[in-house]
Design a protein around this ligand. Structure first.
Ligand code: SF4
Ligand code: SF4
Length: 419
C-alpha cells in the first residue's frame, strides 16, 4: 500500500509498522478469517480496514481517537497473518501502534482506570489471587455490576484452586535427555496451577530436568497487547536476566510463548535487543518440545476409545505456527481419536483482556466455540492456553454441557497415570 509515513516520528517501531503497511496490497483475503468482521460486519473492523486506519493516523491525517474503537475491537488473534498471501506482519503493526496510541490518545477516565487496574493486577499472581478472592466474595452482587466485570468474574473458578508453590529444580527421571527452564506464567498459576504441575510431571517423566527460575516475572504479553510498552519492556528485561542458558525455555500458555517470541520487537532499538533475540530463539511451547523429543514417556493402553477435540489457541496456531504437534502428541495416547472443530480457525473470544474490554463480542465467539465443541461429539476438549480453557469452560457451562476441558499436558499426564 502506498503511504506517506514518516518512520522517524514513529519511534523504534516505525520501520516495522511501515513495512506492514507497505506490504498490504488491499486484496481482502484476510476478511474471511477475521472474527470481528464476522461479528461486526464493517470494513473498519477487518484487518484491511484497520491497516488503513493505522496508516492514516501514522501519516497524520486521522485523529487516533477516531481509529481507536476499531483497533480496540481487534482480538489480536493473528488469523489475518496466517491468511495473508502478501506476508503482512500484522503483529508488528497492531501492538506497536497500540503502544503509540496509549501515549497519545485520551480515553474516558473510567476506561483509563479500568485498564490501569487490569495491568496492575493480572501480571502479578499475588495481586491477582487477592483480587480473585475478593471477586469471589462479591459474586452475589454480580447482577448489579457492569457487564465487563461480570464477564471477568464468570471466568474465575469457584472455589479458587489451592496455591501450589513450585520448586526451583525438578530432577529428570530415568536417562537425562535435556534441561529446560519453565515460564510459570501469572494468571495461570492462580486459575489452574495444575497445568504447571502436569507440565513438570510429563517433562521429568520424559527424562527432562526442569528449572523454574525464581526471578522470572510475567512474560509481558498482556501489557504489550494493551499498549503498555514500558511495562512490557520491563518484564522482558527481567526475564532476559532470569532465564539461564538451557536447552529450551518452555512455555505452556500460548499467549506467553507468543509474547516471548516478540521480545526482539518489544526491545527494538534498545541495548537489550540482541539478548532478547537470543532468549526468544530458545522459547518453545511444551507440545513442540515433547514432539522434538520423540514424544513423552510411556503411556499405558487403557483399552478404551476416547474422542478428544483439539482447540487451536490463536497464539499457538497463528502466533507460533504450532498446529500439528499438539494433535500428534494427543494421538500418541492409545485409543485416542483427535477430532477437528467446525470453524477451527475462529478465535474463542478469550484474547487476553478481551472479555473485559469487549464483553459482547467475546461472549458471542465463546458461545460459538462451545457449540462447535458440542457438535464434535468429543468427551474432552484440549487446548494449550489458559485463557482459551477458561473461556471454553465457562461457555460450555452456560450451555449446561459436561465436556472435560483440559490443557494438552494435563491429558498427557492423566494418560501416563493410566487415568
Ligand atoms: S490479506 Fe494481507 S495483503 Fe490482503 S488485505 Fe489482508 S492484510 Fe492486506
Ligand atoms: S488480529 Fe484477528 S481480529 Fe484482529 S484484524 Fe486480524 S483477524 Fe481480525
Amino acid at each position: 500500500m502506498l503511504h506517506d509515513i514518516d518512520t522517524g516520528k514513529a519511534g523504534p517501531f516505525g520501520e516495522a509498522m511501515e513495512e506492514a503497511v507497505r506490504n498490504c496490497v488491499h486484496c481482502g483475503f484476510c476478511l474471511a478469517v477475521c472474527p470481528t468482521y464476522a461479528e461486526l460486519g464493517q470494513e473498519l473492523d477487518t484487518p484491511r480496514g484497520r491497516i488503513v486506519l493505522m496508516k492514516e493516523v501514522l501519516e497524520g491525517g486521522l485523529e487516533i481517537e477516531e481509529a481507536l474503537p476499531h483497533l480496540d475491537a481487534c482480538l489480536g488473534c493473528l488469523a489475518c497473518e496466517s491468511a495473508c498471501p502478501s506476508g503482512v506482519n500484522y503483529r508488528n503493526l497492531i501492538s506497536p501502534f497500540r503502544a503509540l496510541a496509549e501515549d497519545q490518545c485520551s480515553r474516558p477516565l473510567g476506561e483509563k482506570v479500568r485498564r490501569r487496574l487490569v495491568s496492575w493486577v493480572l501480571p502479578h499472581p499475588d495481586r491477582f489471587r487477592t483480587a480473585a478472592r475478593m471477586a469471589g466474595l462479591i459474586k452475589p452482587l454480580a447482577g448489579v455490576l457492569p457487564r465487563s466485570m461480570r464477564s471477568m468474574m464468570d471466568l474465575l473458578p469457584s472455589p479458587l484452586p489451592v496455591e501450589q508453590k513450585l520448586q526451583e529444580r525438578y530432577e529428570a527421571q530415568g536417562e537425562h535427555r535435556a534441561t529446560v527452564a519453565l515460564l510459570a506464567g501469572c494468571a495461570q498459576q492462580v486459575v489452574d496451577p495444575d497445568i504447571n504441575a502436569a507440565t513438570i510431571d510429563v517433562l521429568t517423566r520424559s527424562g527432562v530436568e526442569v528449572l523454574v527460575p525464581r526471578d522470572q516475572t510475567c512474560c509481558g504479553a498482556l501489557s504489550w497487547h494493551v499498549g503498555d510498552h514500558r511495562a512490557a519492556r520491563e518484564f522482558a528485561r527481567r526475564n532476559i536476566e532470569a532465564f539461564p542458558e538451557v536447552d529450551a525455555v518452555i512455555t505452556n500458555a500460548a499467549g506467553c510463548g507468543s509474547g516471548m517470541h516478540e521480545y526482539p520487537l518489544i526491545l527494538r532499538g534498545t541495548e537489550d535487543e540482541e539478548r532478547a533475540a537470543e532468549l526468544a530463539a530458545r522459547v518453545v511451547d511444551v507440545s513442540v518440545f515433547l514432539e522434538q523429543l520423540g514424544g513423552p514417556g510411556e503411556i499405558p493402553d487403557r483399552g478404551e476409545e476416547v474422542t478428544i477435540a483439539y482447540h487451536d489457541a490463536c497464539h499457538l496456531s497463528n502466533g507460533q505456527g504450532v498446529r500439528s504437534e499438539p494433535r500428534r502428541l494427543l494421538g500418541r495416547i492409545p485409543g485416542v481419536k483427535v477430532v477437528e472443530l467446525r470453524g477451527a480457525h475462529l478465535c474463542c473470544g478469550s484474547a487476553g483482556t478481551y472479555n473485559i474490554d469487549q464483553p459482547e463480542v467475546a461472549a458471542s465467539l465463546g458461545e460459538q466455540k462451545a457449540r462447535a465443541i458440542m457438535e464434535s461429539g468429543a468427551r474432552v476438549v484440549a487446548s494449550g492456553n489458559i485463557g482459551c480453557l477458561t473461556q471454553v469452560k465457562m461457555h460450555l457451562g452456560k450451555l449446561d454441557v459436561s465436556i472435560r476441558v483440559r490443557h494438552t499436558v494435563q491429558v498427557l499426564r492423566d494418560a501416563m497415570d493410566g487415568i
